[in-house]
Every structure is written in structure tokens, then in C-alpha cells.
Design a protein around this ligand. Structure first.
Ligand code: SF4
Ligand code: SF4
Length: 448
């Protein structure tokens, strides 16, 4: 009995600390529902253990106490088991390269280049009706949108104009004479440099053909030209967006935050690019609106995380609340090992579906991974999604806002991330609790 009493005391202290931590964290994050439930848990938890300790001599109380201790022991045992069924190998043999002319930004700008539009729609007549409908809506940043603001909308436009000006820096002079490089040391330094300038993660991977676009499509001067990329390696830079800003999705703060982080990730990519060129090796920065490569498959290949149901990259700590930029180079580097949480993210996405349930334009698949470009992978209905962007005047991000991974990197959320990285049972329970504490269906804000 004395042992049980001691265990009761230890557990009551640990669980009370956890509940208090969760309550404190919910208050700081301004999560009203979670705050109310965390307070209820704190009170209920204190009451339960206090009841066991005070009435331990009553027979039925001691039986009940024992049953609770066995349940806690089982919970801890299951919680630490690490097992995920092996992931289905992706068949990439039939993969078709992505053509930049097919992305929505490229198709939207065809309205300003009638000759290119004629060429494109001659090859893709089925896309003309939907594209013309989307092209008819005001551009992001113009008056007429639901979330337009005369003072803040020009701010994200200024950020994108700045990025446009940095395009010329993506290529530049390489110092004469290649210096001898210690591959391991250089790879470590590049990753450290990225993190010291604000990246939350930096990965390296060999460049494969499916990582690159097939043709240029964003600008009239090289529209339709084949992309010829000779570089061998890619450095992927991950920057985290502020969760507090993403909570306003799909209202204006979202695009203020995404544009801000595009600028941050571009800054890091340009510094790394210049750094490598200084050693006599060619390098190119790939930043917002100026890509030759696909950032998401590169980030997955670099072992930084997984492809999420919403068709974007999921980082083990920051989830989809990140932006990416890339540096490609002829310099040989040491690839980063695969992140050990990749399988757990993929398994979580298979069962969660919160983004699909909440997407205002129903652009996200609710069932199995769809097949597109010749292989099975998560991808969204880009026309529906982009059309919604041009209706509201922001880049929406509501799927990122509702994702259970979009939580600040605090101790309590780290514990939860560790818990869901162990096995599918933990994930189911965590998802149930996420729905309970944060909600399953989210209303979209009218404005901010
Ligand atoms: S909301 Fe759920 S299903 Fe969607 S990306 Fe996030 S974890 Fe995956
Ligand atoms: S950005 Fe918005 S519209 Fe697009 S997939 Fe996400 S939730 Fe849906």
C-alpha cells in the first residue's frame, strides 16, 4: 500500500505539472477552448489524485486507484513503442517532369501575353475556360478582394517586388580557380551558415531529373524554353513562419507572413550562393517566383520531412508552417540522412484529413493519394485553390492554419510531437485530443 501511495504522489505531481504547463501554454497561445479544457483537466486531475491519497483506506477507492495505475502503466508502455508499418515504395518509373507553364501563376499571367496564351491553349484547350474565369478576377493586392486593405495589401506587394529585384543575384560571377574542398567540412559549414542566418533546417541532396522543371513558364522572355540544369547538388533551406500570424488565415496577415518568409529564405539562399561561388564553383539561388527546381520534392529527398496531404512540405517540428528556398551547385556535397520522423508524418496525414475537411474550396483530396504526372502522391486541385486566392486576395493558408502540426515549438508541443512519432495508436489518440482541444471544424474569419 505504501508503494501505491508513493506512486500516487509521484504521478499526481507529474500530471499536475503537465496540465499546468499545458494551461500556461494555451493561455500564451490565446487558444480559448484549449485554455478552458486545460483548466478543467488541471482541476479534475488534482481532484482524482487527491481523492486516492485522502481515501486510500476505503476498499473500493483502493481498487479504483489500482485500476487507474494499471491503465497509466499500459498507456506509458504503448506510448513508447516505436512502430510504423513499412511505407509503400513510390513507383517513380513513369514520372513526368513538371512544366512550369502549367503552374497557376504562369497560366494567370497569360492574360498579359496573348500570343503565348494562343500557343498554350492550342496545346491545352481544356484549360482555357477555367483559366479565363480566374484571369477575370482582380490580381492579389488589387482592390476588390474580400481581405483587401489599403495600407497592408501594398506591403506584401512591396516584398514580392523586392524579391523580383533579387532575381539577377540568383546567378553571378564565380571566382576564378576552383579551391580544394573537404566535402564533409563544407557541407557542415553550409548547413551552419543557413541556420545562423535564420533557417530552422538545412538539407543537402543530389539533384535528380524529377527535381527540376521541364520548361520555363513564368516570363515571356524565356517562356517555353527547355530548362537545362547541369548542377549536381541541391541545398534546401527551411524557414519557419510565425504560428501567431498563420492563425489569421485566410485573412491578410497570412500573405504578409508568407511574403516576409519568402524574403528571409531568399536572403539565406543568396548568401550561401555567393559563399560557394567564392570557392570557384558555380551555384544558383532558387527563390520565390524564380525557380528551376521543385522545392518540395527536393526537401523530401534531402530527408527534411514528408509530403503532406495538402500537397506541400511537412517539417517534423514546424509542419507545413514553413517556406523553402534552394541553392543548386556544381560543387559535390555530403547528402543529409533521412529524417527519422518522415514515416510518422506520412502515417499521420493518412488518417488526419483536417486540412481536407476545412479547405474552403475543397481542393484537398479526402481519400487516398491521387495520381498525377505519372505517379501517386499528394497533390491539390490547383485551379480551385488559386481561384479562391484571387477571390479573397491572399494566399489563403487555411489548410496550414488548421493542421495539428501548426503549433509553436514549445515544451508541451514537443512532448506531443514525440508522442505521435512513436506509433499509429498514439497518433489516433493525439488526433482525437487535438480535435477536442482545438476543434475539428474552423470558421473562417470575416477580416482581421
Ligand atoms: S491537416 Fe492533417 S492531413 Fe492535412 S497536412 Fe496536416 S496532418 Fe496532414
Ligand atoms: S490554400 Fe486554402 S484553398 Fe488552397 S488548399 Fe489550402 S485551404 Fe484550400
Amino acid at each position: 500500500m505504501q508503494i501505491i501511495n508513493l506512486i500516487d504522489w509521484i504521478l499526481s505531481i507529474l500530471t499536475t505539472l503537465f496540465c499546468a504547463l499545458f494551461l500556461f501554454s494555451s493561455i500564451r497561445e490565446k487558444e480559448r477552448r484549449a485554455t478552458f479544457l486545460a483548466f478543467t483537466c488541471l482541476a479534475g486531475n488534482a481532484g482524482l489524485w487527491g481523492f486516492f491519497i485522502l481515501f486510500k483506506q476505503v476498499k473500493w477507492v483502493s481498487f479504483f486507484n489500482l485500476a487507474v495505475l494499471i491503465a497509466v502503466a499500459l498507456f506509458v508502455l504503448v506510448a513508447v513503442i516505436k512502430y510504423f508499418p513499412p511505407m509503400k515504395e513510390r513507383d517513380l518509373s513513369g514520372i513526368q517532369k513538371y512544366d512550369e507553364r502549367d503552374i497557376m501563376f504562369a497560366r494567370n499571367s497569360l492574360q498579359y501575353h496573348p500570343q503565348l496564351a494562343e500557343k498554350y491553349y492550342a496545346a491545352h484547350p481544356e484549360k482555357r475556360p477555367i483559366d479565363e474565369k480566374i484571369q477575370g478576377k482582380p490580381e492579389l493586392g488589387e482592390p476588390g478582394h474580400r481581405f483587401y486593405d489599403a495600407y497592408f495589401s501594398p506591403l506584401f506587394e512591396a516584398a514580392f517586388t523586392y524579391l523580383e529585384r533579387t532575381r539577377d543575384d540568383s546567378r553571378g560571377a564565380v571566382s576564378p580557380g576552383k579551391k580544394e574542398i573537404d566535402i564533409r567540412k563544407m557541407s557542415d559549414v553550409i548547413r551552419a551558415v543557413g541556420c545562423s542566418y535564420g533557417a530552422v533546417d538545412v538539407g543537402i541532396t543530389p539533384l535528380k531529373p524529377f527535381h527540376t522543371y521541364s520548361h520555363y513558364g513564368r516570363r515571356p522572355e524565356n517562356w517555353g524554353e527547355e530548362m537545362d540544369i547541369r548542377h549536381k547538388f541541391a541545398i534546401v533551406i527551411v524557414v519557419a513562419m510565425e504560428v501567431g500570424m498563420m492563425k489569421y488565415a485566410p485573412a491578410l496577415p497570412v500573405i504578409l507572413e508568407t511574403s516576409r518568409q519568402y524574403v528571409e529564405s531568399a536572403k539565406i539562399a543568396h548568401i550561401i550562393t555567393d559563399y560557394i561561388r567564392g570557392f570557384g564553383y558555380d551555384a544558383r539561388a532558387h527563390t520565390d517566383g524564380n525557380y528551376q527546381v521543385l522545392c518540395v520534392p527536393l526537401a523530401v529527398s534531402a530527408g527534411l520531412g514528408a509530403l503532406g496531404r495538402m500537397g506541400i512540405f511537412m517539417h517534423p517540428v514546424h509542419g507545413s508552417c514553413v517556406r523553402l528556398s534552394v541553392v543548386t551547385t556544381e560543387l559535390e556535397l555530403l547528402p543529409t540522412p533521412a529524417n527519422k520522423h518522415t514515416a510518422s508524418i506520412a502515417a499521420f496525414c493518412a488518417g488526419c484529413k483536417k486540412c481536407a475537411d476545412n479547405c474552403p474550396s475543397q481542393s484537398i483530396a479526402n481519400g487516398e493519394e491521387p495520381v498525377s504526372r505519372g505517379f501517386r502522391h499528394w497533390s491539390i486541385h490547383q485551379e480551385k485553390c488559386f481561384s479562391y486566392w484571387k477571390t479573397i486576395g491572399t494566399d489563403c493558408g487555411f489548410c496550414i492554419r488548421v493542421c495539428p502540426y501548426t503549433k509553436p515549438d514549445t515544451l508541451v508541443h514537443r512532448l506531443v510531437r514525440f508522442y505521435i512519432s512513436r506509433n499509429p495508436f498514439n497518433q489516433r489518440l493525439a488526433l482525437f485530443l487535438d480535435d477536442l482541444f482545438y476543434g475539428r471544424r474552423f470558421p473562417t474569419p470575416k477580416n482581421f
